[in-house]
Design a binder for this molecule. Structure first.
Ligand SMILES: C[S@@+](CC[C@H](N)C(=O)[O-])C[C@H]1O[C@@H](n2cnc3c(N)ncnc32)[C@H](O)[C@@H]1O
Length: 384
């Protein structure tokens, strides 16, 4: 069963372009099932939602099928506070989707002799793949969660690999092992920690999933310059778990209202449909322009919904009502920020440039901060 599944998944990854020929022997030498725990919650549909728990002992056929399906496998909820077979609140560790694993390794573009740092050991699969390719002595991997790290260490040893496994906050990198030729993060960031730039050699490459607060996410591939900056383009859509230290709390809508909705909100209407601003790429394009704000969708039994917008400072909110067959949608806004106006302006900016894809956006990291650009670093994306 394992052999047929492995071959089938390899074919799918080769066909979608993520598994390149230079990683094929590593794929076969480091089987995914060595790094998948007995209890998993496989990703469903687009991979972002978690299905029911699958237990290897109770249902081995489903477990093997899940392992050799191109989907992420959640392995931990709520930083390990959640136990049992149910779903927890926030998924916090996983064995990543194979397409993402191999497309990110492809983007990392390693060469023999390279030294690599991974942030987010998780189950240890990616660290094992890197160890097979580069030699475990050339690989360091950092995991913040002690229990995940201990399990990964056990699985890596069982597979015959002993990369340097550090338990700690990967946003600090791993200074003792620097300089690295390659840095890869398998948890997403809002800001690329400058330590990763400092710990990579000039000409080195950093590959990391990057997401604005608003939503939308893509993998960025940065090349480190001689001048202490790092810059490069986004290479494709992604959906990773957030680096623990960069999570933000997202208060519920009720915390924004002094009185029952619409409280003191100012009413208006818009011809821009909430449907248009809800796609992953549109959210990314909006998110890079509208800082410290996030959407929340409240759905009703009749299929209509309210799009809520909030700011992280808990000063402002907006609602937009979506109903089918409308050309105008009711808007209510309150607070010092007019969040729907900001989102609509950001969407029009993106639309008027031909709705650029992830690959037309880029990111530059300096000691003082970061800047998102469109097409070239001298064309910064405006912020509201
Ligand atoms: C998607 S999983 C990583 C998948 C992993 N590379 C694999 O091959 O199984 C993300 C991991 O990042 C870890 N993580 C989150 N914040 C971190 C941090 N600050 N430093 C190191 N690891 C972190 C999580 O605990 C989680 O295990």
């Amino acid at each position: 069963m394992a052999e047929a599944g492995r071959t089938r998944l390899a074919s799918a990854l080769i066909a979608n372009g993520s598994l390149s020929s230079d990683w094929l022997s590593t794929y076969h030498a480091v089987p995914r099932h060595w790094f998948v725990p007995d209890l998993i919650w496989p990703g469903q549909g687009d991979g972002v939602r978690q299905g029911d728990a699958v237990n290897r002992h109770a249902d081995p056929v489903t477990w093997w099928n899940a392992v050799y399906t191109d989907a992420p496998l959640t392995t931990q909820w709520d930083d390990g506070d959640h136990t049992g077979d149910g779903r927890g609140t926030v998924p916090t560790s996983s064995n990543s989707m194979p397409t993402m694993v191999f497309s990110m390794l492809g983007a990392l573009d390693v060469a023999d002799g390279d030294r690599a740092l991974e942030i987010g050991t998780g189950t240890g699969w990616n660290a094992a793949l890197l160890s097979h390719r580069l030699g475990a002595g050339s690989v360091a991997t950092v995991e913040v969660d002690e229990a995940s790290a201990a399990e990964a260490r056990f699985r890596l040893a069982r597979a015959g690999y002993a990369p340097q496994l550090v338990v700690g906050d990967g946003s600090k990198g791993f200074a003792a092992g620097a300089p690295f030729d390659r840095v890869i993060a398998t948890c997403s960031v809002r800001r690329v920690p400058y330590a990763w730039v400092e710990q990579a050699r000039p000409g080195g490459v950093i590959v990391a999933p990057w997401a604005p607060e608003y939503g939308g996410e893509a993998v960025v591939r940065l090349t480190v310059g001689e001048d202490g900056t790092a810059s490069g383009r986004f290479v494709g859509s992604s959906a990773f778990m957030r680096l623990r230290q960069q999570r933000t709390s997202r208060p519920g809508s009720l915390e924004y209202l002094s009185d029952p909705w619409p409280a003191d909100g100012a009413r208006s209407s818009t011809s821009l449909s909430p449907e248009d601003v809800g796609g992953w790429l549109a959210m990314f394009a909006i998110g890079v322009q509208v800082p410290e704000a996030f959407p929340l969708v409240e759905r009703y039994a009749d299929g209509t919904y309210t799009l809520w917008l909030h700011d992280t400072a808990v000063t402002s909110w907006a609602t937009v009502e979506w109903e089918p067959d409308r050309t105008a949608y009711e808007v209510v806004q309150s607070g010092r920020r007019r969040l729907w106006d900001e989102v609509a302006a950001a969407w029009h900016w993106w639309d008027s440039r031909g709705r650029p894809g992830f690959d037309r956006f880029g990111l530059t990291i300096t000691p003082g901060g970061q800047m998102v650009w469109l097409d070239s670093p001298d064309n910064p994306v405006p912020q509201s």
